[in-house]
Design a protein around this ligand. Structure first.
Ligand SMILES: [Mg+2]
Length: 233
């Protein structure tokens, strides 16, 4: 829902699936979770994968929404810090990501007029690494990662802490993410404007909506469609 954006000062981005989409990184995240559940339960990785899949669909039915991987692993008794230790050990974005000059141009022009933030279920070392690989790490004022509260999105209380930390009225924020229920539902419930991006090309709408640069100046590299089945943190 985008209404009056005249008062926006702070743009809060989700990271994975929003600023980049990469199936190999998504696979490594899933495999790290599989390996952790396998070792915790003393079962094979294949069995662990099935356990996670079952838990995910059971939770989806209970919650009537698709649970995050973090939430699913918590349901299986995994501690969030342990999950992130596994991610840090087994997820290698440096093997799959490269500088994205179009993303840099887009965020750099936004950073002239707005403070940019990341609010992600990812951890600080990985988030920093991913942003550095994309070439955009210098453009963000602060990163709100899982370490901020150790409670994954969606969580209203943690969101309120993030808002308080940044400071400003609800209409001074714009939240941008690739999953409505995870990234945007809680901000929306507080009356904060949001933008759902289904593919990275949708990020171009930010400028259009905020009326900053002529729409269409940035092209092709961002026009990647979202591969099916990518599941975020
Ligand atoms: Mg995401």
């Amino acid at each position: 829902m985008l209404t009056d954006l005249n008062y926006v000062r702070s743009i809060v981005f989700d990271l994975d699936g929003t600023l980049y989409i990469n199936q190999a990184v998504a696979n490594e995240i899933q495999q790290a979770a599989n390996a952790l559940v396998a070792s915790a339960r003393g079962v094979s990785v294949k069995k662990a994968e099935a356990i996670i899949r079952c838990a995910r669909s059971r939770l989806a039915e209970d919650l009537e929404e698709e649970p995050t991987l973090t939430r699913t692993c918590m349901e299986l008794g995994v501690e969030v810090p342990d999950l992130h230790r596994a991610f840090r050990a087994h997820v290698h974005p440096e093997r799959h990501l490269a500088v994205d000059p179009v993303l840099f141009a887009l965020l750099d022009s936004l950073s002239d007029d707005f403070d940019l933030y990341i609010y992600t279920n990812n951890n600080l070392p990985l988030a920093q690494k991913i942003l550095a690989l994309l070439g955009v790490e210098s453009l963000f004022k602060r990163l709100y990662t899982i370490e901020f509260a150790w409670v994954p999105k969606p969580d209203l209380e943690t969101l309120k802490r993030v808002l308080e930390d940044i400071g400003g009225t609800t209409d001074s924020f714009l939240f941008i993410g690739d999953r409505h229920q995870v990234d945007l539902q809680a901000p929306l419930s507080l009356g904060i404007p949001t933008l759902l991006v289904n593919e990275t090309a949708d990020l171009l709408q930010i400028h259009k909506l905020l009326g900053i640069i002529p729409y269409g100046r940035l092209e092709s590299p961002l026009y990647l469609s979202r591969p099916e089945g990518i599941k975020g943190l």
